[in-house]
Design a protein around this ligand. Structure first.
Ligand SMILES: [Fe+2]
Length: 529
């Protein structure tokens, strides 16, 4: 490894942890519909997936495995039942090498708040059957979401995805990024080797890496059972990325940043079940009836300026030229929040908003997080405080550890904030741990624990374990439950253990511990067979 890599790893070890779509509506396919008796085959080795649910439509995804170079005809069908006997929509499309033989269909005309089953057929073979779900519309009494991030393939097995796949009653899985990692084998984790073995840079590299991830059985299963809502973080391109570069990108040695970014984002659009927007942006809003508006943000590659400080040092001085969201996205976010009529406003985004200061001679901050962009953080928290918009919950990934925060400008100012009552808090934040990416070393975890007096807004944290969060949302309260895995190094599945649950009541702005996670829904739809 290069010295640059060693530096990168020591720093990371401390605290750092989508060609054009072929879109076809429901049509009577000119090709024959899927035969019920055709077994899943080697023509669909990357599984099936769905994403970005609307009340009447959802994205369906697959990839056709072929040795041929020419276009491939693909039939898709959607049914009400897992046996695929009650077909409600079907159609056909084509894919080809230009989009790496991936298939993306935006199926419309579906019913709101409903579970469907789907499959594809191509080259005489039938895909596995997937399960998906549209967003509800109107009055909605309860929603449940899985929340995940940070799946370093090299650090182990995706038992967390398997566990989420078995949680049958989720309305969707919200994925906050680092869905893939760009490193070469043994650069960051050595449990599983990467394809290709080197750090990925080119379009072919990114496609190969996405293909490797999509061949993972646990990742396939969670996609097969749940509709996903994805955003990227840095590692979908390169470590500590920003709009015009990345900490780990070396122009010249690794080509131009513009070429690498375009390649990575093209592969992402091809391989992820994300609804594509005309200009390539991925920030967007998804509505879940009158209960939740989910605003997915791109704090990473849309407009982020370069980090001003690294892991150590005081937060940089505010500079109007620096930004995490960019003016356009920030104004869009504020507009979404101001005009939302949903009970809860969820922000799905990448990096931590809550501060972490360690008084030990010098302050310590993570310059990659919102604290490293004081002008952006100030604008966000000021909006939370002054806009009159209530019931905002920030969902965060990136940091490979579990945190529950009241959000406050300065948690150390007792005139501003009282952690016992939540006075002065402007919103709350729920941070999900990594699926496999490692948390912080024990020694540093102890340092953070020792710094709790300087971080009074932290209502709960766990710094070392992998896992995920389940959100349970009703009009009265929103609960986040953390689940941790005993091990991700062994291939044999391990069951997640309940770690903690905290909730925020409607109209309040503080997280309070609960004795237990809310029970699963007893009317969970039947799993995809
Ligand atoms: Fe990560």
């Amino acid at each position: 490894m290069s010295s640059r890599r060693n530096l990168l790893l020591s720093r990371r070890d401390l605290l750092r942890g989508a060609g054009a779509a072929v879109l076809v509506g429901p049509v009577a396919g000119s090709l024959s519909a899927c035969a019920d008796d055709t077994p899943p085959s080697e023509s669909f080795v990357h599984g099936v997936a769905s994403g970005d649910p609307l009340p009447d439509s959802v994205i369906l995804w697959t990839r056709v495995t072929t040795d041929g170079a020419g276009p491939v005809d693909v039939v898709w069908e959607v049914a009400d039942d897992p046996a695929m006997s009650k077909r409600v929509a079907s159609g056909s499309t084509t894919t080809d090498a230009e989009r790496d033989f991936t298939v993306k269909v935006d199926v419309s005309g579906l019913a709101a708040g409903r579970t469907y089953y789907y499959r594809f057929r191509a080259l005489g073979a039938t895909s596995p059957i997937g399960r998906t779900r549209t967003a509800p519309s109107g009055s909605t009494s309860r929603l449940r979401f899985g929340v995940a991030s940070c799946a370093s393939y090299a650090h182990g097995y995706f038992h967390g995805y398997r566990a989420l796949s078995e949680q049958r009653d989720l309305d969707a899985v919200i994925h906050l990024g680092d869905y893939i990692y760009e490193y070469g084998s043994s650069d960051y984790g050595d449990v599983r080797a990467y394809e290709p073995p080197h750090e990925i840079v080119t379009l072919a590299d990114y496609r190969t890496r996405h293909a490797q991830y999509k061949r993972d059985a646990d990742l396939q299963e969670v996609h097969r059972q749940h509709v996903f809502i994805n955003v990227w973080d840095d590692h979908e391109i390169a470590n500590d990325g920003y709009a015009d570069g990345a900490e780990s990108h070396t122009p010249g040695v690794e080509g131009s940043w513009a070429d690498r970014k375009a390649a990575a984002q093209r592969a992402y659009r091809e391989w992820m079940p994300i609804r594509e927007q005309a200009d390539g942006r991925i920030y967007r809003k998804l509505a879940f009836g009158d209960l939740v508006d989910l605003v997915m943000l791109d704090t990473r590659y849309q407009a982020r300026t370069k980090q001003a400080v690294g892991l150590t040092g005081a937060p940089p001085a505010a500079d109007p030229k620096r930004s995490l969201l960019g003016d356009e996205q920030a104004a869009w976010l504020e507009d979404q929040l101001k005009t939302s009529t949903a009970k809860w406003k969820l922000l799905g985004q990448q990096v931590m908003v809550g501060q972490l200061l360690i008084e030990k001679g010098t302050k310590l901050v993570n310059g990659d997080q919102w604290h490293g962009y004081p002008e952006s953080r100030e604008r966000l928290l000021t909006f939370f405080r002054d806009s009159g918009v209530k019931d905002i919950v920030v969902l965060t990934g990136d940091i490979h550890s579990s945190w529950a925060h009241d959000l406050v400008f300065d948690p150390n100012d007792p005139t501003e904030y009282d952690p016992a009552t939540g006075r002065g808090s402007v919103a709350v934040e729920i941070v999900t741990p990594g699926i496999t990416s490692p948390g912080v070393p024990e020694a540093f975890a102890g340092l953070v624990d020792g710094a709790r007096p300087f971080n009074r807004h932290i209502q709960w944290l766990e710094l070392t374990k992998r896992g995920f969060v389940v959100l349970d949302v009703t009009p009265e309260r929103l609960q986040g439950s953390w689940y941790h895995l005993p091990d991700v190094v062994e291939a044999a599945p391990t069951a997640p253990a309940f770690a903690a649950a905290l909730s925020v009541k409607a109209g309040e702005k503080r997280l309070v511990p609960d004795a237990a996670a809310a029970p699963s829904r007893d009317d969970a739809p039947v799993a995809a067979p």
